[in-house]
Write a protein that binds this ligand. Structure first.
Ligand code: M6R
Length: 601
């Protein structure tokens, strides 16, 4: 996904822009560029490929006045990856970087072409440069406001003019953060890019536009009305956004799961009351009156939603519909429905759009997200935050297990409010929940065994993951991880469904990972695939007396309640996918064609 950076201050802009752009690489990109103000002129450098390629074309301006600039990593949406389509886009003395989609760009383009503007790229963003140029009569802020009034769609932008002493930034439906340094302001699409420079940040809100000087920010709405500025102190240190000694962010983040789970639970449980403290913005009476939950999510977050289907039915007596956000049509309006959006980034366009659509029915709504102040939090009534710190690897790991934990907490709260769980039943679940980080740690300690198995099967042409009950969503997640980072075609299947078709794919060349900690039925599915020659790697509960008789290899996971064993199995399949991709020498943190946060439909 595109990333934006900008800088204004006392130091040379170029090196700071490159450094902050590199810190946004995890969002995925195909080209990059910077525009730097130098001697009342704008110098632009662009390149397809990595930031390192861009650095090669940067001639190093190095004049004392080069202290203001903007930069961009582009993930192609309109127009293929090319130097021309890379940002910044310019028009006369104006340069802009943009993340988002200008929906009415074709109309605007026609209009601007009639006025004599020449378009050099195929992007929707270039219209913004020309439109701002058209309105620019010496006041950049005013010109940007006027241009944005004409624009339909989403944007986070940073704008530079050769004759303007300040930068202009604006956002609508696309994230943008300003960081305050010592006589310097740093701008980025995401906080981790800013952490080496400052921990004091301002998250711009939708509809805000700012005049950015080195020593101050003036925040306004598009009508020019001053807006309050909320400075936030980031408590993660720069190290939290670095690899911390691991070869990949993904491995680091897999190992951070005990802490992420502990922090997601922290302060939210009362063992004495046998209840959970969550601010859901709804009374117990309202929770009791609920008749169903509709969950909207994508990718890994969707798998978390699928687990909630089992969980909420059992813990709270609530039926759940789980919708893939991009396929969401229109909610059948049924009162007493709770809408729940799950999105680690809080910025996934498909999820946001589906939630917006569903929300028109006026239903109570909740979100589970990892990013404080992200767009989803503005859409819903209340938010449950997972507390994982930033997740940099494109593959979701710690944010997924933390989502599962947040859903467990929510199910207990719903169960208690609805009288479906007694305090004692809830207490037992909560006690087990507090053991979970330690159990996850024990799975992490099996990494060497998991590595050896993964490396043995790294040459497989196809993988299967099978599970039942709570482990069915985890089989989907295991297959997604294997596809996403190891590029091995993989299927996640409900064990019982194999015989309805996919069994035809099973041969002695198809390793099958059987998630076998929930019940004995999976053993007949293991026998089915073994009979077709497949090797079966079973993830089973410690001391299971039967599994060794049917599986080829057994990895023992600590004994716990079935729903918690889904978390343990997740960690094991994450490690298997990681070590497979590592053996194959693949770019684990930035798999091809993928972006960390997908902010386009
Ligand atoms: O930020 P979100 O949770 O909304 O992201 C949804 C998916 O794009 C995301 O889970 C994706 O599937 C991950 N890369 C999977 O590892």
């Amino acid at each position: 996904m595109c990333g934006i950076v900008a800088y204004i201050g006392d130091e040379l802009a170029g090196p700071i822009l490159f450094d902050t752009l590199k810190r946004l690489e995890y969002r995925g990109y195909d080209s990059a560029g910077v525009a730097i103000k130098s001697d009342e002129k704008i110098e632009v450098f662009k390149s397809v490929g990595r930031i390192a390629d861009l650095e090669k074309v940067y001639t190093g301006l190095g004049c004392p006045g080069d202290c203001m600039g903007i930069g961009h990593t582009r993930w192609a949406t309109h127009g293929k990856p090319s130097d021309k389509n890379a940002h910044p886009h310019t028009s006369g003395e104006i340069a802009i970087v943009h993340n988002g989609i200008i929906e009415n760009y074709l109309d605007l383009r026609d209009l601007l072409m009639e006025m004599g503007y020449e378009f050099l790229s195929e992007t929707d963003s270039e219209v913004l440069a020309h439109l701002i140029h058209f309105y620019y009569k010496g006041d950049l802020f005013e010109a940007v406001c006027k241009a944005l009034e004409r624009v339909e769609g989403s944007y986070a932008i940073a704008v530079l003019a050769a004759s303007s002493p300040y930068l202009v930034c604006a956002r609508k439906d696309s994230p943008l953060v300003l960081g305050k340094g010592e006589n310097a302001i740093y701008v980025a699409s995401d906080v981790p890019a800013l952490l080496p420079y400052t921990k004091d940040v301002i998250r711009m809100r939708d509809g805000e536009i700012s005049r950015v000087y080195a020593d101050r920010v003036e925040m306004m709405d598009l009508a020019g009305m001053p807006q309050p500025i909320q400075m936030e102190r980031i408590t993660w240190d720069a190290d939290a956004a670095e690899r911390g000694g691991y070869p990949h962010f993904m491995l680091k983040e897999i190992h951070e799961q005990p802490r992420a789970i502990r922090e997601t639970v922290a302060g939210r449980i009362s063992e004495i009351d046998g209840d959970v403290r969550l601010d859901l913005g709804m009374s117990d009476e309202e929770l009791e009156a609920l008749e169903r939950v509709v969950i909207i999510a994508c990718g890994t977050s969707y798998h978390a939603g699928l687990l909630a289907k089992y969980l909420f039915a059992r813990a709270a007596g609530l039926p759940v519909d789980v919708e893939v956000a991009s396929e969401f049509q229109q909610l059948q309006v049924r009162p007493r429905t709770l809408l729940l959006g799950i999105t680690q980034s809080g910025e996934t366009a498909d999820t946001l759009l589906a939630l917006k659509k569903a929300k028109t029915c006026g239903l109570p709504s909740l979100a589970i997200t990892n990013v404080v102040g992200s767009t989803v939090t503005e859409l819903v009534g209340s938010t449950i935050y997972t507390r994982c710190g930033p997740e940099i690897g494109v593959a979701a790991t710690k944010t997924f297990t933390a989502q599962l934990v947040a859903l467990i907490l929510l199910s207990i709260r719903l169960g208690r409010a609805r009288g479906h769980l007694t305090p004692d039943q809830a207490r037992k679940m909560l006690i087990e929940l507090t053991r979970l980080p330690g159990l996850v740690q024990r799975v992490l300690e099996k990494r060497e065994t998991l590595r050896e198995i993964a490396e043995t099967y790294a040459g497989a042409g196809c993988y299967f993951f099978i599970g039942r009950d709570y482990l069915y969503p985890i089989s989907l997640e295991g297959a997604l991880k294997m596809k996403e980072i190891a590029y091995i075609p993989s299927e996640g299947y409900a064990g019982g469904e194999l015989k309805h078709g996919p069994l035809a794919l099973i041969t002695e060349k198809t390793p099958v990972v059987a998630l076998a900690t929930c019940g004995k039925k999976i053993q007949s599915n293991i026998k089915e695939v073994r009979a077709r020659g497949a090797d079966v790697i079973a993830l089973a509960t410690e001391g299971d007396p039967d599994i060794g008789k049917v599986a080829s290899v057994v990895i023992e996971l600590p004994e716990t309640r079935p729903v918690f064993s889904a978390v343990l199995a997740t960690v094991a399949v994450q490690l298997m996918a990681y070590y497979t991709a590592n053996k194959l020498g693949l770019p684990i943190d930035k798999p091809r064609n993928l972006a960390k946060c997908v902010t386009v439909e």
